[in-house]
Design a protein around this ligand. Structure first.
Ligand code: TYD
Length: 139
């Protein structure tokens, strides 16, 4: 199972009042790492599959701050799990060395991604067979 057993849903506190909702996520408190980078994905059609990579160094938290999407996580040994992101006060924690596909985006989906690293293309594994080989090598 490797790092897949570290994948988990996070629930953040909602601080709502008559003015609306407020959700706060602080690095190393609500998010299990120091946040170095944030990006967000929107305007992806329902049929689109994004991600399709694993990361040697980066950890991520994904939050659908609007709309819905799904994340499929694979450990490279034949195990996979699917998570639905559909509430702005929940997120999914993804450790290093898990394969992830994001898909089934609703038209209003805004997927916020918090990362533990600055961007470095070299730590991305974009070929699934390479990912499986690295998993097997490290076992
Ligand atoms: P990509 O990794 O394909 O996005 P996703 O995993 O969300 O489907 O990234 C698309 C392009 O953006 C690619 O050329 C790399 C670039 N990029 C950055 O420069 N910095 C970043 O932090 C990210 C996530 C992507």
């Amino acid at each position: 199972m490797h790092n897949m057993n570290k994948v988990r849903m996070l629930e953040f506190q909602q601080r709502g009042d008559e003015r609306g909702h407020l959700v706060i996520v602080e690095g190393s408190k609500d998010i299990p790492f120091d946040i170095k980078r944030a990006f967000y994905i929107y305007g992806s059609d329902t049929g689109v599959v994004r991600g399709r990579h694993a990361n040697r160094e980066s950890e991520f938290v994904l939050i659908n701050v609007a709309g819905k999407s799904k994340v499929k996580v694979k450990d490279g040994e034949g195990n996979e799990a699917i998570y639905c992101l559909d509430r702005p006060h929940t997120g999914i924690y993804l450790p290093t060395m898990v394969w992830k596909d994001m898909y089934d985006f609703s038209p209003d989906s805004v997927l916020l991604v918090l990362a533990s690293t600055h961007y470095n293309a070299n730590e991305y594994i974009r070929n699934f067979d390479d990912f499986v080989r690295e998993i097997q090598r490290d076992t």
